[in-house]
Design a binder for this molecule. Sequence first.
Ligand code: ADP
Ligand code: MG
Length: 634
Amino acid sequence: MTVEAHKETLSFQAEVSQVLNLVIRSLYSNKEIFLRELISNASDAAEKLRFEALTDDALYEGDAELRIRVSFDKDANTLTIGDNGIGMSRQEVTETIGSIASSGTKKFLESMTGDASKDNALIGQFGVGFYSAFIVADKVTLTTRRAGLGAEHGVRWESTGEGEYSIETIDKPSRGTEVTLHLKDDEGEFAAGYRLRGIIGKFSDHIAIPIEMLEEVYGEEAEKKEPQWEQVNKGTALWQRNKADITDEEYNEFYKHIGHDFQDPLLHIHNRVEGTNEYTALLYVPSRAPFDLWDREQKHGVKLYVRRVFIMDEADKLMPNYLRFIKGVVDADDLPLNVSREILQHNRKIDTIRSANTKRVLGELERLAKEDEAKYAEFWQQFGQVLKEGPVEDFANREKIAALLRFASTQGEGDKQNVSLDTYIERMQEGQEKIYYITADSLAAAKHSPHLEVFKKKNVEVLLLTDRVDEWLMSHLNEYKDNHFQSVAKGELDLGKLADEEADKEAVEKAAEEHKSVLEQIKQGLGDEVKDVRVTSRLVDSPACLVVEDHDMSANLARVLKQVGQDAPMPKPIMEINVEHPLLQRLEAEQDDERFKELARLLFDQALLAEGGQLEDPAGFVHRMNKLMLSMAN
Ligand code: ADP
Ligand code: MG
């Protein structure tokens, strides 16, 4: 007997108990899904065995017929889901059933509201499969043995789902796992053949491993012969079937199995590719972002099969990073069965599959955007931020991806990101040559920025970019359909051939001449703070604003970088002055040198504040402000 053989009683990780309670509460109205989850696990286990046995035949232990068996005992009120798959070692049981490995779990739990209708949706983002057994059971017994280990390495795990579980080493001649649910008193309906067959037909028909139940024999028949096991699911890989024969429900249920999701997907894309590189791809766009979408460790969701044999989960080479939310299956005919992650890195066939997958998904999203705006808006809300990584990562598809982007805008609806670049271009003013945008760290800051004043006056639309990824995006997106992007806070204002542009330019030149000396004086007063002080045509109501040169990092980006702890040097701004503003006349009239300097400094600080910047010396600002207020009182 090994040291581990003793029976231990252990506590669940605190998070597990929490998840358990949530699952039971949130999913009760849909309780029959527990069977789908347990069958899904059994099927995964069978596929894992088949894969490992490719290199180690002995794991089959002389029995290569993989199957899942569902049985019940009406009198004992129990239900058992058994498989002859890979099984688990004692350590694996503790690690996978007693704890939740993911680092994102805590964050996920914090996002729970306690309101079942909302949490239900959240639960859907989180794989809680095994625990769903406790929706209908008040005790669950799991016995398992890993394929290839001796019979003495069996494990028995048991829990009532109330914070503790017991685990002991047992003798188990057969490999694989049996999960026995001791049904709650009022859940006896699940210890009935027709009910179970119904659920399997509804949820698990697509499982590619045979699911067997004992035949139902009645009356005289029952006296005569022992019931035999019979297959109750179709048992062919769903993606291999003819598209025309697959219902939406079947597609959806299959998605839930492979996507470890509880909700229907937004859409699916199913293709069989013939020719030199033959494969089938069944890809899904989920309807909700997973809770770990931003987790760098996040696993990709496309599974790789080779000729129906499961090879690996999370095959991150099958989709680009910016489409990491796509789930599905790629089943390739022409790859070796012993393909490894390393081989995938440099495989031409995989590269072809990946670029075709990318085109298909982008094409399908394009179609969705055209045909169903509301549904596309849902998609954008969930995954838009990730898609914005696209133009940076995927140069070749830059324009295609750009067409899928949606922005908030000065002519959009409130804070909704629903303006496409094509819509923007349609609405461009006569003579407008550029796509204008502003970046800021909040929508309010963007909307009220002084930089927008002239655009409002001339009725020129400006895109309002407030997501962190936007700066990165804009640094890689130079043009769309021959229209250049232009930040409204960068460079010399250039409104192209907009109606009165010539006249405006002349006016600026004239004003620059007229106010030359005060501009020079302001520049001297501000010293090192500014690169230059010049007359603006950007402003209508504000006295001054700050801009940077075209090739400089934007002030907003410098701020974002600072927030994330990177020390980016603030670009030195150019201060632009609105010579029509009475404050300029006030400055020009100022005789006292010291006072002039302070007023110039206030003007600068104001401009920085107005664009959402932070003052280097807030106390100094307050001090100057107070001084000014006092001087008004006198
Ligand atoms: P998921 O299936 O999303 O990983 P589950 O809660 O359904 O989450 O299962 C947790 C883990 O427990 C699985 O990943 C697997 O490692 C293990 N497991 C569950 N059921 C079985 C089974 N029948 N055979 C082998 N391992 C299993
Ligand atoms: Mg599962």
